[in-house]
Ligand binder design. Structure first.
Ligand code: CA
Length: 230
């Protein structure tokens, strides 16, 4: 199956260089020149990767990135951001934007291709859906039955606690910001207070940690969010 990539970049020359390079590697590439048409492409077609420039006419790349993340159809598709300014990197990292990787311009085509390959190696959304179990140490999540076991004991979790733990365990060793957790677990809802995340983390720790006051599984990354340790 040929993998499909969408490049949203208004610099014509760069866009066609990237597209040529990817096509030479056997990828099926579409391009868009601005955020709005990028969004239309993303809605119309199914892609395996998005490459988004940040500075775009009209709808900018970061907004487009968030829209892609918040849409069920595209939520799991990897995103690589392109940026011309290292000052923009702050906005991309910490997963605040939902991007999976970023490259600062100017960059070499070889480096670009390497980053694309990394994202393409990740399990596809379809494969991830089939996965029915997540484990860490003696903790086991049955995704189909929505049950959690610690050793042989079942741990009773609320729906939100279960979704939160699933999100954390699916992204082991990655820092998830409160914003990202809110978006993924609670949906795109501005009315949920960020502290909701902290409260649910506390409840989760009480249920799954050996010693909730000295958590080993879910660590706090100060000022950013949480990380599941594996
Ligand atoms: Ca641009």
């Amino acid at each position: 199956m040929t993998k499909k990539i969408l490049i949203v970049e208004d610099e014509e020359k760069l866009s066609s260089n990237l597209a040529d390079k990817l096509r030479a590697e056997g990828y099926n590439v579409s391009t868009a020149r601005d955020g709005e048409s990028g969004w239309e492409h993303a809605q119309r077609e199914t892609y395996d990767l998005f490459v988004l420039d940040i500075m775009l006419p009209g709808l900018d790349g970061l907004s487009l990135c968030r829209m892609i993340r918040n849409d069920n159809k595209t939520a799991e598709v990897p995103i690589i951001m392109l940026t011309a300014r290292s000052t923009e990197v702050d906005k991309i990292v910490g997963l605040e934007s939902g991007a999976d990787d970023y490259i600062v311009k100017p960059f070499g085509l070889g480096e670009f291709l390497a980053r694309v390959r990394v994202q393409m190696r990740r399990p596809s959304p379809a494969r991830r859906q089939i996965q029915d179990e997540l484990t860490a140490g003696d903790l086991r999540l049955d995704l189909t039955g929505r049950r959690v076991f610690k050793g042989t004991d079942e741990v009773k979790l609320s729906n939100k606690e279960f979704d939160l733990l699933t999100e954390l365990m699916r992204n082991k060793n990655a820092v998830l910001s409160r914003d990202l957790i809110l978006t993924k677990v609670w949906g795109y809802d501005y009315f949920v207070d960020k502290r909701t995340v902290d409260v649910h983390i506390r409840w989760l720790r009480e249920k799954i940690e050996d010693n909730p006051s000295n958590p080993r599984l879910i660590s706090t990354v100060r000022g950013v969010g949480y990380r599941f340790e594996d």
